[in-house]
Design a protein around this ligand. Structure first.
Ligand code: ACO
Ligand code: ZN
Length: 226
């Protein structure tokens, strides 16, 4: 009986093994009916959202061997604004953003990284800001911390408490899960610094990230020190 039970447990574990879809990047259990259904629904919608057919007028602000960066402005043709919105919605979904609006949509600049397979694999939304809070390195947690220390630590986790002059606020930065760690976020940010204000180059200090996620913080810390 012991051996029979073991077999059943093994079969059960195998069933719940996670699979990553090689096209949409969704992680799901291929043997679960519900997961399969969810994946099917997500898969096509996702691929449609990131599909880039090419536009008559593209504001190409950077070109690379593996893709290009297109800037979309609020007054651009409807199809361009719609694509930017579709991709932002995907990013928001993944980031768990509740509110769908930007602080000032009429001012937002959207940078889209289009790869050589004609897919939008990166999205960055930048807005003009007057001040920002610098992303700080996480301090070590210690055992003899008071509650106040802990709260301070938690606050410091994402940003400093003193506002600093910044010019460009990054309210969203997202890279398709299967295209990460290829320098796409880095290249989008470099491009923002060169193109956000016509004819001028922004320093790293003039860029601020709003509410970074753990991924965003790791990236921002690395980006700002290099
Ligand atoms: N863990 C550790 N280090 C990281 C990570 C990570 N997850 N991501 C980036 N870095 C560091 C690395 O040092 C990396 O260099 P390396 O790959 O040579 O080691 C360096 O940052 C540059 O990374 P990129 O390749 O340029 O970054 P990528 O294109 O992978 O995009 C991003 C990073 C945007 C954070 C991506 O992981 C993502 O989309 N995550 C999910 C969405 C998210 O959390 N976005 C940030 C929200 S915060 C905001 O929007 C203001
Ligand atoms: Zn899929």
């Amino acid at each position: 009986a012991e051996a029979d039970n073991q077999l059943i447990i093994d079969a059960g574990q195998k069933q719940f093994g996670a699979t990553t879809c090689g096209s949409c990047g969704m992680i799901y259990s291929a043997d679960s009916l519900e997961d399969n259904l969810q994946h099917t629904q997500f898969h096509q919608r996702f691929l449609d959202s990131i599909k880039f057919v090419g536009w008559k007028k593209e504001r190409v602000v950077a070109e690379f061997w593996d893709g290009k960066i297109i800037l979309v402005l609020p007054d651009d043709p409807k199809y361009a604004v719609k694509k930017a919105e579709d991709v932002r919605r995907l990013a928001d979904n993944e980031l768990g953003f509740q509110q769908l609006s930007l602080s000032c949509p009429s001012q937002a600049k959207t940078y889209l990284f289009v790869n050589s397979d004609r897919m939008v694999v990166g999205c960055l939304i930048a807005e003009h800001i007057r001040q920002g809070f610098r992303v700080l390195e996480q301090k070590e947690l210690t055992k003899d911390m008071t509650k106040e220390d802990f709260m301070e630590h938690h606050r410091a986790w994402c940003c400093s408490t003193t506002p600093e002059k910044a010019i460009c606020g990054v309210s969203r930065i997202w890279v398709f899960s299967l295209a990460r760690r290829k320098g796409i976020a880095t290249r989008m940010l470099d491009t923002v610094r060169n193109s956000f204000i016509y004819g001028s180059h922004l320093t790293k200090e003039e860029i601020a990230f709003s509410d970074p996620t753990p991924d965003g913080k790791l990236f921002a810390t690395k980006y700002c020190e290099t």
